[in-house]
Design a protein around this ligand. Structure first.
Ligand SMILES: [Zn+2]
Length: 103
């Protein structure tokens, strides 16, 4: 999987920025969505490529939940993580069977 410069989510183009030293002031963040600025930041300092791909899916799923007012409650982070790892793995391992990808 590639990490593109932009990704369209529900009709909105989100810029993807690979950021060094991403944090909330107290903790390291691996990813963060800025809805008003339509930006997804991915922490490129503490993650290798595969982890950044999973983080991108994690943030996409957060964005979908927010846009569609899906409230997952106290388990949101765990649910989003399970789905992010699962989607990444299925697409990564089956991309050629699912999409018309040229060699
Ligand atoms: Zn999260």
């Amino acid at each position: 999987m590639k990490i593109p410069e932009t990704i369209r989510i529900n009709g909105i183009d989100f810029a993807i920025e690979q950021t060094q030293n991403l944090n909330d002031g107290d903790h390291v963040l691996y990813g963060q969505v800025h809805y008003g600025h339509s930006t997804i930041e991915i922490n490129a300092q503490y993650q290798k490529h595969q982890a950044m791909c999973v983080t991108l899916w994690h943030e996409i799923l957060h964005a979908l939940c927010k846009i569609h007012s899906v409230h997952l409650g106290e388990h949101e982070e765990a649910i989003v993580d399970i789905l992010a790892y699962g989607i990444y793995q299925v697409l990564q391992d089956n991309g050629r069977e699912l999409f018309d990808i040229a060699d």
